[in-house]
Design a protein around this ligand. Structure first.
Ligand code: X6L
Ligand code: MG
Ligand code: MG
Length: 175
């Protein structure tokens, strides 16, 4: 009898954002696509926040949320899947930090530390962004972001320009 293949499950945190088109539908579509991905299991989702844009040109307000996935995919494979889901939602990369239909950023992947041309883990700038920290702290308060717990960073984060809208399921009908 052949030994069963062993797959290591890692928990990855993904930050989702949208500020073009039907923003809530974009987030819903991202969740549906992640749930349909073999080897990806959505295990938690934060509330959805409407947030003032940070950086870049003048652009519309974002909807942001964070999801946790348990995954058998390695960091590079999960990144590929996230980029494909963005493209499938009409993401067009024009200027840096410009408006987008859907952005999916990998915040961390287990305890992987990685610096490749395409991906840096943990995400180097997540500790500075309230639109990431506040939803992240809802689903992973004890997660270490550098030296600090996500909850501590979120508590001290500047929340002006952030409005909690509620769960995604309450914003858009289930599909
Ligand atoms: C100084 C200068 C301090 C620039 C911060 C922060 C730049 C974040 C870009 C920055 C700076 C970013 C989202 C967004 C973007 C989003 C909201 C970025 C890249 N994505 N604003 N801006 N939500 N609210 O998902 O994150 S573009
Ligand atoms: Mg981003
Ligand atoms: Mg991105």
């Amino acid at each position: 009898m052949r030994a069963p293949a062993v797959h290591k499950l890692s928990t990855a945190y993904l930050a989702l954002g949208s500020n073009l088109g039907d923003r809530a539908a974009m987030l819903r579509g991202a969740l549906t696509a992640l749930r349909s991905t073999s080897g990806v299991h959505v295990v938690a989702e934060s509330a959805v926040y409407e947030t003032a844009p940070v950086g870049g040109p003048e652009q519309p307000e974002y909807l942001n949320m964070v999801v946790a996935v348990d995954t058998e995919l390695g960091p590079e494979a999960l990144l590929e899947r996230c980029l494909a889901i963005e493209a499938g939602h009409g993401r067009v990369r024009r200027e840096r930090w410009g408006a987008r239909t859907l952005d999916i950023d990998m915040l961390c992947h287990g305890d992987t530390v990685l610096h490749s041309a395409r991906l840096t883990l943990p995400h180097p700038r997540m500790a500075e962004r309230a639109f990431v920290l506040v939803p992240l702290a809802e689903i992973a308060p004890g997660l270490l972001v550098g030296e600090a717990r996500a909850e501590a960073l979120a508590t001290s984060a500047e929340r002006s320009g952030m409005r909690k809208l509620g769960t995604l399921a309450a914003l858009v009908p289930e599909d």
